[in-house]
Design a protein around this ligand. Structure first.
Ligand SMILES: O=P(O)(O)OC[C@H]1O[C@](O)(CO)[C@@H](O)[C@@H]1O
Length: 349
């Protein structure tokens, strides 16, 4: 039973979080504008660009890489971890460290290695150790112009990254595309507002379906980072189990693994992200895979990504997921803000 009463919202300290989600489209615009002003790293032909970050910071980079992959001529690589691969060395590699807190140890380690290996550097964040290291290395530091938790600042990470690539001449026409995507997010947002009852709010309905279940998000192509974002938001914000799977890869293994354990099948919710911009084969795969899982007795649903471009579809889907995770936290009665287990792990390290 969904508890969608005003009292439930008051019970939990969720005002600020809701405002951050509502403000996501505006974040993209503000970040883009800031990124058009900040100091650039040396403009040159880069052999590759590495974005280093964890969690929400890495999500910004995944979204960016997927958004520009059809136009950007330079390879983009997203690094989640402490160590650089061998090929990341020399000034013709642009190394961009993203950490909102500036304190994430994997990102700090990778940045230090990039300094030692003579890469061209840029750092993005709110301050902290990363900002100091950038200052010492005389590298541009791109300041995130808003306070908040990393997971609620993805518009900043993405908008700054896009402006950087655009100003390096790697992504033409980015501004008009971004403006269009932001407008379409604002239109989509009206359906997700807190005032809307579940019957007219797809995010509340989705959260209701996901309650008490093992959730998995299936997406193809440019929507994969959006599905991963749903997973991480459901984990961190709703404190609930979620995974993600890629199409077509899942059709070569995951599909075969959905019959055991039988007693869990009824407790699953498999959400498929469909798009009219996928190549035809992937559209068919998403539809057929969903149908097959449904016939196997798993709970399934399908989301048709809204938007007139890849960028718009990615971002309306990300926004949708942020609302879903928020409502799931409310319905489960959990405080979405603290991440106690993550904190405990850091203490044990
Ligand atoms: O952007 P930051 O501050 O490096 O954080 C990265 C990730 O680490 C966490 O803070 C958890 O350790 C996440 O909430 C966040 O997404």
């Amino acid at each position: 039973m969904i508890n969608d009463t005003p009292e439930r919202y008051l019970q939990l300290d969720v005002e600020n979080l809701y405002a951050m989600i509502q403000g996501l489209p505006g974040q993209l615009t503000r970040a883009w504008k800031a990124g058009m002003e900040y100091a650039l790293p040396k403009a040159r032909e880069y052999r590759g660009i590495v974005f280093s970050g964890m969690g929400a910071s890495a999500a910004c980079a995944d979204l960016l890489a997927a958004a520009v992959e059809t136009v950007c001529p330079t390879p983009l690589w997203v690094l989640r971890g402490y160590d650089l691969p061998q090929w990341v060395q020399g000034e013709d590699i642009l190394f961009v460290a993203l950490s909102f807190s500036g304190e994430t140890e994997e990102t700090i380690s990778a940045f230090q290695q990039a300094v030692e290996r003579g890469c061209t550097l840029t750092a993005i964040g709110q301050g902290g150790t990363l900002a100091e290291m950038a200052r010492e290395a005389r590298a541009p530091f791109w300041q995130v112009g808003e306070a908040g938790r990393a997971r609620n600042l993805v518009g900043w990470g993405f908008g700054l990254g896009l402006a950087l690539l655009h100003r390096l001449g790697l992504v033409p026409d980015a501004e008009a595309d971004l403006r269009q995507a932001v407008e379409e997010m604002e239109t989509a947002q009206a359906h997700f507002a807190r005032e809307k009852l579940p019957a007219e709010n797809p995010a509340k309905r989705m959260a209701g379906q996901m309650m008490g279940r093992f959730n998995c998000f299936f997406a193809a192509e440019f929507l994969e980072p959006a599905a991963r974002r749903w997973k991480t938001q459901v984990n961190e914000t709703a404190k609930a189990w979620a995974q993600m799977e890629s199409i077509p890869e899942a059709d070569h293994n995951t599909l075969e693994g959905v019959r055991q354990p039988e007693e869990l099948l009824g407790q699953t919710m498999m959400v498929f992200f469909q798009s009219d911009l996928y190549r035809e084969e992937n559209r068919s795969r998403v539809a057929i895979t969903r149908r097959m899982l449904m016939l196997e007795g798993l709970g399934t649903d399908m989301i048709n990504a809204r938007g007139s471009s890849r960028l718009a579809q990615m971002w309306t889907t990300v926004l949708y997921g942020d609302y879903v995770a928020y409502y799931l936290a409310i319905f489960n009665g959990v405080d979405p803000s603290p991440v106690e287990l993550i904190r405990e792990l850091k203490e044990q390290l």
